[in-house]
Structures are given as C-alpha cells and as structure tokens.
Design a protein around this ligand. Structure first.
Ligand SMILES: Cc1cc2nc3c(=O)[nH]c(=O)nc-3n(C[C@H](O)[C@H](O)[C@H](O)COP(=O)(O)OP(=O)(O)OC[C@H]3O[C@@H](n4cnc5c(N)ncnc54)[C@H](O)[C@@H]3O)c2cc1C
Length: 391
C-alpha cells in the first residue's frame, strides 16, 4: 500500500536513482545488451536501493512508494536502458497480486522476502497459443492432497531464468463457462536452496531482437508439485481477475518505460544534432532536423503528463483504466516515434553498434506489445469513452 511521501522525500529518492542510473546503469548498457549478458551487479545494487520492494507496503519491508514516484523512477532507468527496469517491474507485478489478493499468511510468507530481493519474481501468463486472449490458456493445475500438480507451457516469461519465483496462471477447471472463471494463480518458488530448478520445471532462454541481457524464457511445467497453500487467496477461479487486477499499475509502468525510451532517444538525438555538421553547420541548425526534435519533445512531455495523471488517479484509489490505457498507448508510441526519428537524425551511424541509439530502436516496440497490446488499449479507451459519453 502506498505510504505518504513529502516533496523533499521524492526529490531525495529521485536524486539517488539519477546518480545510480548515470554512474552504474548507462555505462554498461550497450556492452551488456550486445553480449546479451545478465547484469548481476545491477541486481545487487537494486537490492541495496530497495527497488525490489519499491511498491510493496512498509509493513512487509517495502518502501510503499506511490505510483507517481515509482513511475518517475522507471522512466529514469528506461531513459538510459529499458531492460533492467523489467527486473524489478515484473517482480513487483507479482508482489502486487499477492498484496491485493493473497491471504494474510501468504503476504507474511512471500512479501518480506520479495521486498528484500531474496525472492525475485515474474508473471507467467502467456502461452504459445494465448497472449491477448488469456482465457484460452491450456496449462492446468489438478489438486492432489495438500498439493496441486501443474502441467503446461508458458512462453515469453521475463525473469524466469535468473529469478526464483513466478505467479503462474492456470486452469483449475477447463469445463466452466465463461472460461476465465476456471482460472487460478499460483505462486511457484521455482528453485531449491542450491539455486537449481525444482523437479518438473524446465526453463529455456529465448533469443530476442531487443530487451536483451534480461532473461525471457519458455517455461515448461511437467507434473510440477506446488503446495495448495500457494494458490493466491486460497480460492480457485480468481486467477483471471487477479492477473487483470494489477494491469492499471502495470500499464502505468510500461507507459513510463516507453516514455523513458522516448526521452533517452531525444536526449541522444539533440546532442548528436549539435555535434554533427553538414553543409557547413551543425545539423541541429537545419530546419528538417528541428522539426523532428520539436515533435519528439512534444511527445515526451505529453506522455509524461498522461503518466502523471494516471498515476495520481491510481494513488487516489480512483478508477483509472482509461487513463492508464491512454498513458500506456502514448508512452509506448512516443518511445517508438522518438527512437525512429533519432535513428534518422543519426543517419548512417544509427546502424553502428558503437552508438546506443540502435538499442533504443530495438527496445521500443516491445512497449507497444506488453501489458495489453496498443490495439487493445485503443479498444479499452473507446469503450470507456462511449460509457462516459453515453447518450
Ligand atoms: C520480450 C517479451 C517479454 C515478455 N514478458 C512476458 C512476461 O513476463 N509474462 C507474460 O505472461 N508474458 C510476457 N510476454 C508476452 C506478451 O505479454 C504477449 O506477447 C502479448 O500479450 C501479446 O500476446 P501474443 O504475442 O500472443 O499476441 P496475440 O494475442 O496473438 O496478438 C497478435 C495481434 O492480434 C491483435 N489482437 C488480438 N486480439 C485482438 C482483438 N480482440 N482485437 C483487436 N486486435 C487483437 C493484437 O493486438 C496483436 O496485434 C512478453 C513478450 C515479449 C516479446
């Protein structure tokens, strides 16, 4: 639950994050991305900074940050390198599902370990045949005494190789209609004390165009035994609602990651445009380049304002699915737009891996796909709009 933070607290937190990003994150981004190498040292620093408990309530050892401050942290990290923001973002989506829907015993058991980073999580919803249409998932959990037996394949699961805990959406009843009423969510601690995957769990890393260095994997459950006590809320049939319940915050997060990419790409472009000369002057003095920079700046600020608006409503406990959808759409599209325009400003050098801009370009599109595709965002916004302007 969000705690009270003063303006001074916010400034101090963001100052600490800015220093960390500039000193530790930005300098290694391009090298680690190119080598697809996991940034273990950043994870250790994230633990020190409290990022694994950023939005977890203080009674469980977290910082209990409001969405307004959290979104600014995510935006700053993503402005230097989007990928590491996924290490704590997906983890916090899992934590938020437990905090919202878990039993008191589950909160006590999981949240302090998640806040410290001892347990590092992710969410396993998507399957090879079902992404947007989550009701079509096929993974199952069948009760067997005081355990459930999980079977099925999840794909594109972030943090599943280097983390040790997943919130897994499965069917506990495949016959019920509507199908979402047969879904349930389990917390699966995937590794034993030695850091090896437990029996019945097989994880294979996927090669990606962007969002590299971070582990995104296929996860196969084969007769995997999970304690019944790990069924979130200890009630079957709530999985879909629990998964979607965190989407407003999830969308604000993705919006901030997209806006971060947009800001980072714009900052690189505005610097390069002043350094690079053509026809006897810096290209920043050519109007065609100024038109690009001007539009990039508007997109960055528009995304920032929509994120702030959605986060403020979220913190006030108000319904904000439309605002979060708008922020997600605007932030992620700003990322794609600004990365694209920056590539043009860098000309041929945009294709060189010596420059960071090509990474922003490869990372940007993912933000239009994750946490509900932008096609779906527009539909959600339109449905809310029709409801609000009903004649
Ligand atoms: C790098 C990466 C990391 C990821 N991390 C995770 C993770 O940690 N956990 C997890 O569970 N998933 C994760 N995902 C999966 C991601 O959430 C899905 O890819 C996303 O939900 C889209 O699902 P899909 O790929 O199956 O596309 P589909 O659902 O097959 O959609 C394909 C296209 O059809 C459109 N479409 C579908 N239905 C409709 C409709 N009703 N109306 C209009 N258009 C529609 C979509 O908008 C899209 O354009 C990750 C994906 C990637 C690429």
């Amino acid at each position: 639950m969000a705690e009270q933070y003063s303006k001074e607290d916010e400034i101090a937190i963001l100052d600490m994050i800015n220093k960390w990003v500039e000193n530790e994150v930005r300098p290694i981004a391009q090298e680690y991305d190119q080598a697809d190498k996991y940034p273990h040292e950043l994870v250790a620093q994230m633990k020190e900074l409290g990022l694994f408990g950023a939005t977890i309530g203080q009674q469980y050892g977290g910082l209990g940050l409001p969405a307004t401050i959290y979104a600014k942290i995510v935006l700053k990290v993503a402005s230097a390198w989007m990928a590491p923001s996924g290490i704590f973002n997906s983890h916090l989506i899992q934590a938020s599902a437990i905090e919202r829907a878990g039993t008191a015993a589950q909160k006590e058991h999981f949240l302090p370990r998640m806040a410290s980073g001892e347990l590092r999580g992710g969410i396993a919803l998507t399957e090879p045949n079902a992404g947007t249409d989550l009701q079509a998932i096929r993974a199952t959990a069948v009760r067997d005494g005081d355990h459930y037996i999980l079977n099925g394949t999840k794909t594109w699961i972030t943090n599943s190789l280097n983390g040790n805990s997943l919130a897994v959406l499965v069917k506990t009843d495949s016959s019920i209609q509507p199908a979402h009423k047969g879904t349930s969510m389990f917390i699966v601690e995937t590794k034993d004390g030695q850091g090896n995957f437990k029996p019945g769990i097989k994880v294979s890393k996927l090669k990606k165009m962007g969002y590299r260095a971070i582990d995104t994997c296929e996860v196969v459950f084969e007769d995997c035994r999970v304690p019944a006590a790990n069924l979130i809320g200890e009630v079957e049939g709530q999985g879909f609602v629990q998964a979607l319940g965190g989407l407003e915050l999830g969308r604000i997060n993705v919006a901030a990651r997209g806006a971060g990419i947009a800001l980072g790409a714009m900052e690189l472009a505005v610097r390069y445009a002043q350094e690079r000369e053509a026809f006897g002057k810096a290209i920043a003095n050519h109007q065609a380049i100024q038109l690009k920079l001007g539009e990039m700046a508007v997109q960055v600020e528009a995304a920032r304002l929509l994120i702030e608006q959605a986060a403020a409503k979220y913190d006030a406990g108000e319904r904000c699915d439309m605002e979060a959808g708008m922020a997600k759409f605007a932030g992620s599209e700003a990322g794609v737009f600004c990365a694209n325009e920056a590539m043009r400003i860098f000309g041929g050098y945009s294709y060189s891996v010596e420059y960071d801009i090509e990474r922003y370009y490869r990372d940007a599109m993912l933000m239009c796909i994750g946490e509900g595709t932008n096609e779906m965002q527009r539909i959600i916004i339109a449905k809310q709009l029709i409801e609000r302007y009903k004649i």
